[in-house]
Unconditional design. Structure first.
Length: 185
C-alpha cells in the first residue's frame, strides 16, 4: 500500500468515520410527557432507560413496542425494575420503524396523549425522529426523541458491537426516503 493510500485511510478513519456516528445522534433531553414509548430493537438498555424515566417521574404510562420476543423481554425488564404492570401498554406488531410509528400514533390517540418520549438508541434517533415526525405531522402530539447513554466511542464506533447497526442506518435512510418519502437529512 502506498504512503498516500495510508495517509488517506488515516484521514478517513480519524476525521470522517467519527462524524458518521455523531450525525446519526439527534437525541434530546427528556421532559415530562404523557407516555414513554420504548421502540423495539432488542437492546436491553432501551427498556432500562424507560424504567429510569418512569421512576424519575417523566410519565405514568410506558408503551412497549416491537415484535413478540422484544415486547416480552422489555416487559420483563421493566417489571424487574419496578414498573407496575398497570402502567404498561403493549404493541407487539411492529415490523419496522415506520410501521411502529403508525401503530404508536394510534395507541397515543386512544390514550388522548399530547406528548411522548420516544426511547431508542443514539444511532437510531435521526431516522426515528424523521419517521415519527412524518407520521405524526397532522396531529398535535409533542415528540421528544431520547436515548440512554451507551459505551459507544464515537472515535472508533466501527470497532464496537454496534458497528453493523450504525452502518445499516446509512442504508436504511435512503430506503426510507425512496419508499416512504421521509428524508432523515
Amino acid at each position: 500500500m502506498s504512503i498516500g493510500a495510508l495517509l488517506l485511510l488515516m484521514l478517513f478513519s480519524h476525521l470522517v468515520l467519527p462524524k458518521l456516528f455523531s450525525y446519526l445522534d439527534v437525541s434530546q433531553q427528556p421532559q415530562v410527557a404523557d407516555a414513554i414509548v420504548v421502540l423495539g430493537g432488542g437492546r436491553a438498555r432501551r427498556a432500562g432507560y424507560a424504567a429510569w424515566l418512569y421512576q424519575h417521574g417523566y410519565s405514568n404510562k410506558v408503551v412497549v413496542s416491537g415484535n413478540d420476543d422484544v415486547v416480552g423481554y422489555y416487559t420483563a425488564t421493566l417489571r424487574e425494575a419496578g414498573v407496575p404492570e398497570e402502567v404498561l401498554v403493549m404493541n407487539d406488531q411492529a415490523t419496522s420503524t415506520y410501521d411502529e410509528a403508525e401503530q404508536i400514533l394510534s395507541l397515543l390517540l386512544d390514550m388522548d396523549a399530547n406528548s411522548a418520549l420516544i426511547v431508542t438508541d443514539r444511532f437510531h434517533t435521526r431516522r426515528a425522529s424523521a419517521t415519527y415526525h412524518h407520521v405524526f405531522q397532522a396531529y398535535q402530539i409533542d415528540l421528544t426523541i431520547v436515548s440512554p447513554e451507551d459505551s459507544v466511542d464515537t472515535a472508533s464506533w466501527w470497532t464496537s458491537e454496534f458497528g453493523q447497526s450504525i452502518a445499516s442506518e446509512y442504508l436504511k435512510m435512503p430506503y426510507y426516503w425512496l419508499v416512504y418519502g421521509i428524508w432523515s437529512g
